[in-house]
Design a binder for this molecule. Sequence first.
Ligand code: 2P0
Length: 363
Amino acid sequence: MDFEQFKFPRTSQLPQKIAFQSTSPSNIALVKYWGKADIQIPKNTSISFTLSNCYTSTLLKLEAKTKTEEKTTIEVELDGVSTPSFHPKIEKFLKLIETYCPYVKHYHFAIQTKNTFPHSSGIASSASGMSALAMCIMQLEKKIDPAISDEFMLKKASFLARLGSGSASRSIEGKLMLWGKHEQLNQSSDLYAVALNKDIHPIFQDYQDSILLVDKGQKKVSSSLGHSLMNGHPFAEKRFEQAQENCSELLEILKSGNIEAFMTLVESEALTLHAMMMSSLPYFMLMTPNTLAVLNAIWEFRKTTKIPVCFTLDAGANVHLLYPKKHQQDVHNLIDESLKMYCENQQVIHDEVGNGAEIIQIK
Ligand code: 2P0
């Protein structure tokens, strides 16, 4: 694998005090990433929709260390409140990216971050958070070396985001992202995600995702534990093969706009992810009775109305409803009348596919 292209040799002429800001969205996998090798190398290819309304906004303030200072200080504020519990993850991330971004060693870090979605809502804030931070760091790299291209900036931002959290690699661009080497796509890589922007059927260009917050509690299974349960899992190898085949099939569906095939594949992927967790040791059940009630209601609604709404799941109890924009009103009515009641505080977040991270110019 070509790690060399991401190394940045120069650490001279560093700005003394500087700040950068970025926003970056969460994403929802259609073909799931579940299982990885060191360091953050996925066991299979995954494909996701980048979201739009659920995003993190991060302001990174950097101050150069003096010559005698060894230790890096890190301050993190979430919604204006100091959050030292984030420090270990940031420290680990900075250590991991040092080989590729040696300039980070020369700075103290103050990070101010906020999410548009409620904290501990079960929406992956690591994807949006780590990708927003990676975009801030790439703005610093561009400041040090203005010659780097925008294309390289996005590629390396995805590479760095991956080291923070695997799924974060898929949040840098939109609207559909593929991460992990896939034989059908020459430019695909285990090291970063690539945008699937060629030959995407118009129906997927404004696809909707309404997130039903069935259970907003803390995650029962951390991502790192979840991924590690795939090591030695009796069905792991078959699952990794299946994911590669599902990516091939989804690439075709994304071109053809075959919604029936889309719904079958996406629901099967979600249930397979949960089946893998139910059949690992230790085993976990992450769906709740309300999750199952929602899934049954969606199937019933689809059968009686023929409206093509399907679901996907993350590693938790919440349900993502995916549907074409032209059915927005019908699906919103379904949610209000029959599904909201299964959500904590009746909470639903309406989102849609989006374009990825953005740089915010600081005035
Ligand atoms: C995904 N998930 O493809 C899958 C489906 C959750 C279910 O990627 O350990 O937070 O940081 O690389 O990216 C969640 O795992 O894991 C995840 P790390 P990450 O979106």
